[in-house]
Write a new protein. Structure first.
Length: 57
């Protein structure tokens, strides 16, 4: 019974987050800070940064 692997059955969905203040698009960025990788969410328009896109609300 050779079926498709579990990873091939998952679908890839991308979400677009919008900034509630200015309406710009929020993108995730990875920066190197103090020797560690850190993910931050940044608005392209107003340059506001948060830890994750949910924190903009």
């Amino acid at each position: 019974m050779a079926g498709a692997s579990k990873n091939s059955r998952t679908t890839v969905a991308t979400q677009k987050f919008m900034c509630p203040d200015c309406g710009g698009e929020i993108v995730m960025k990875t920066i190197l800070q103090a020797g560690r990788l850190k993910n931050i969410a940044e608005c392209n328009k107003c340059k506001r940064t948060e830890r994750r896109p949910k924190d903009f609300k």
